[in-house]
Ligand binder design. Structure first.
Ligand code: TK8
Length: 345
């Protein structure tokens, strides 16, 4: 009898230790440390010369201050922990706690994110912010929970523009045969094919070398990234096309977020929102300086005329038709279009 009681006691102790173990701090960063503090291991795929870096420094400052030190942020910029896909997978596993990615590669994890790859969707930033910070943006953040991810909010990557080293892109026909690097996203690939280019999907981290070596002729990104990653050094032409507005989505390991007490969850959400407003403003303020940097580097800059944008929209009709099936939620597409119309009046 005595042996049986000892055996039951040992089992209870073992279960207790196991529970304490998964409650203790640890490499996964998915629970509180023994001293009751929480460590956020934060990874960014962006260079520390990009406003996304300033955004994360602001986030770290806010969340450590507002949590009275209960949350500590260990921040790794410059893609030292990986690019969009690697970081998203790491956050799913909990080996990284929090990160950002462009929404386009996230569509490979949750197809509703194809929504934001629709060309010429947003007429301006203000409309984009209202849609992203409203019910449609929230729905996509909520969709991420099935991937073990807590979507926290959206910051700005921006309106994408085309650079290349072959020829000025002034009209639709100038895209013919251009070897253009695209993000690893089926809708982007289909759209550039439909416009006559020769799309090459590639991770962002490989892009500078590919441009430098001529593996691809060009790429398309917002001005802030063209400057932060010095693409202007290896490109001769820039066309201000603004063909897609890409957001950054801020993501956190869901187990970690759920392990936070309610008040600290709110501290994290508020810090992401405030740091996001700060980051969005920085990008806007730096726009004209970024253009100057590109021009001063000797890049020829062209503005894509409205009539050419209209021709591209028309040419892209099959892609718009296909997007509905790719996104897999026709109501969501209708809701998005209605929101854009409502806000862009
Ligand atoms: C940065 C990328 C980048 C995106 C791209 O990691 O891949 O061209 O625009 O912002 O997410």
């Amino acid at each position: 009898m005595r042996k049986k009681i000892i055996a039951i006691g040992a089992t209870i102790m073992l279960i207790g230790l196991l529970l304490a173990g998964c409650g203790g701090g640890g490499e996964t960063g998915s629970q509180a440390s023994t001293d009751g503090t929480y460590k956020i291991k934060l990874g960014s795929p962006l260079a520390d010369s990009h406003p996304g870096h300033d955004g994360f420094l602001k986030f770290k400052e806010l969340v450590e201050k507002e949590s009275n030190g209960k949350i500590k942020v260990e921040y790794f910029p410059n893609a030292v922990l990986g690019g969009d896909r690697e970081l998203t997978e790491a956050v799913q596993m909990g080996t990284v706690t929090m990160m950002l990615s462009s929404t386009s590669p996230v569509a490979n994890f949750d197809k509703s994110f194809y929504l934001f790859d629709l060309p010429f969707l947003f007429p301006d930033r203000e409309t984009a912010y209202k849609v992203l910070d409203g019910p449609v943006g929230q729905k996509l953040l909520d969709n991420l929970s099935s991937q073990g991810i807590k979507g926290l909010g959206y910051w700005e990557n921006g309106f994408r523009n085309i650079t290349n080293s072959k020829r000025p892109i002034k009209k639709l026909e100038d895209l013919e045969g251009l070897k253009l690097r695209t993000m690893e996203n089926k809708l982007h690939i289909a759209a550039w094919k439909q416009l006559g280019a020769n799309p090459t999907p590639m991770a962002f981290g490989e892009l500078f070398t590919a441009l430098q070596q001529g593996t691809v002729d060009g790429q398309e990104n917002p001005l802030a990234l063209i400057v932060s990653n010095k693409f202007y050094e290896v490109q001769d032409y820039l066309t201000l096309s603004g063909h897609v507005y890409t957001p950054f989505v801020i993501m956190m390991n869901k187990d970690f977020f759920d392990s936070l007490p309610q008040d600290l969850q709110q501290v994290v959400l508020d810090a992401v929102k405030q740091a996001g407003e700060y980051q969005r403003n920085l990008i806007k303020e730096q726009e004209s300086d970024n253009l100057k940097v590109i021009k001063n580097a000797g890049v020829e800059v062209y503005e894509l005329p409205k009539e050419e944008k209209d021709r591209m929209r028309k040419q892209l009709k099959p892609v718009y038709d296909m997007a509905g099936d790719m996104i897999g939620d026709p109501q969501l597409v209708d809701q998005l279009v209605a929101e854009v119309e409502k806000y862009s009046k």
